[in-house]
Design a protein around this ligand. Structure first.
Ligand code: HEC
Length: 141
């Protein structure tokens, strides 16, 4: 009877560790902003094609929370209801997945093509981190 108890205890502490990891606070300033600045700002700030077409800018916490011309993209406390996460996970049509590749856009001005050289899909771990930040309340922390 001693061994099963030990196993039960071990799995309990493993569960505690997992919970500990999940509840670690994600920081907008340290974790989120650099990812958006590096991968999205080239198009999603004034002068960029993503901003021109949708009004969505990742320049600051305020503009991120404001969303696009079509409404907010981040719903604090619910990554499931946040269109930003929906789009980043490509649940919408492929044509809507972000970062947007310019070949899909019939625009010949070259600006988008230059910008898209910097574009790449976010790795799942980074999308999950953004989702976690939203679930923790999407605070300006
Ligand atoms: C190469 C330029 C480019 C990059 C890089 C890019 N986007 Fe976009 N984004 C666009 C364009 C263009 C649109 C408009 C697409 C359309 O309407 O078909 C768009 C649309 C969006 C929308 C939809 C807004 C709305 O309400 O319709 C979201 C959300 C978005 N982008 C988020 C991001 C995020 C987050 C990143 C970084 C991971 C990113 N984008 C990187 C060009 C880009």
């Amino acid at each position: 009877m001693f061994i099963p108890k030990a196993i039960a205890l071990a799995s309990l502490s493993a569960a505690a560790l997992l919970v500990g990891c999940r509840s670690e606070q994600v920081s907008f300033r340290h974790n989120i902003r650099p990812v958006l600045a590096h991968n999205c700002a080239v198009c999603h700030s004034p002068g960029g094609i993503g901003y021109e077409m949708t009004g969505f800018s990742v320049q600051s916490y305020a503009t991120l929370m404001k969303g696009s011309h079509f409404g907010p993209l981040v719903i604090p406390g619910s990554s499931q209801q946040s269109d930003l996460i929906w789009l980043l996970r490509h649940r919408a049509s492929p044509a809507m997945s972000m970062p947007k590749m310019c070949e899909r856009l019939a625009r010949g001005d070259g600006k988008c093509a230059v910008a898209s050289e910097h574009a790449r899909m976010l790795p799942v771990s980074q999308v999950n981190m953004i989702a976690r930040w939203i679930d923790q309340g999407a605070r300006d922390n």
